[in-house]
Design a protein around this ligand. Sequence first.
Ligand SMILES: Nc1ncnc2c1ncn2[C@@H]1O[C@H](COP(=O)(O)OP(=O)(O)OP(=O)(O)O)[C@@H](O)[C@H]1O
Ligand SMILES: [Mg+2]
Length: 279
Amino acid sequence: MIEFKDFSFKYKESENFALSGVSLSIQKGDFVGIIGNSGAGKSTFTYALNGIIPHHFEGDFYGEVNVNGLDTVEASPSQLALTVGSVFQDIDGQMVSSVVEDELLFGLENFGVPHDRIESRMVEMLAMVGIEDLRYRNISTLSGGQKQKVAIAAVAALMPDILVLDEPTAELDPQSSLQIFNMLRMLNEKMGITIIVVEQKIMLLSEFSKRLMIINEGRIFLDGTPQEVLKDTGLLRNIGVNCPRVATLAGRLIEKNLYKGDVPVNIGEAEIMVKRIIY
Ligand SMILES: Nc1ncnc2c1ncn2[C@@H]1O[C@H](COP(=O)(O)OP(=O)(O)OP(=O)(O)O)[C@@H](O)[C@H]1O
Ligand SMILES: [Mg+2]
């Protein structure tokens, strides 16, 4: 379980707080999507989770962040890394090897996996995420989507309880983005890994997340199921967050008293909504 207690943080070089008064908990096995404008504090939230704040970035730290009973201030970065796997905004900076299999082996060898388990764990993980064919490839020759899969597989191979990803599909086309989210869903469902993902593609987030959080100007602005969070499309437009078009349509229908039910967050749900209105 993850717990933030009245957490605030201001970077050393900065005048303003990047995050203020964050209090929330996240249960094991959840799939949390985070969205918000540039500079809202999304990456800062991920750094607070994996201990990069305060271990790497200095600044004013208030409140408390606990991850599986570890206080992120007291726990060491390597202790935290075993619990929280991270995939950063800049994955090229994250990769340490030139060949795919070495990228997975590196983590397994350095995080205390028994020697006789390492090879099988790597093979299992490559198969699980469907990239066995990339095993001997040079990372520099991979497409953006393939690279992202390798980065996620390398972190997931360490079997962290929690996986936090910062805009993993930022440079990917819709098809590859969908593949990445399907991969995250599989890790969530098959391995029980808690997923926390920052993402700008609202349609993907609302379709895959069990819980959706909107961060705005350093505060948790909305937090709930995608249906709850996307209900007030006007409010979201005001803070510059795009709604899925199906939710915007539902918002208009609700305003005009033509519809009363849940806000659809994908095409299938929108179809049900339309059928309920016209039949
Ligand atoms: N290393 C740093 N030093 C000083 N200020 C920083 C640092 N990193 C981020 N900030 C500031 O903290 C605030 C939140 O930044 P953060 O990177 O968390 O936003 P974000 O929501 O991830 O934005 P983006 O969508 O552009 O990635 C911004 O005002 C940013 O300028
Ligand atoms: Mg960011």
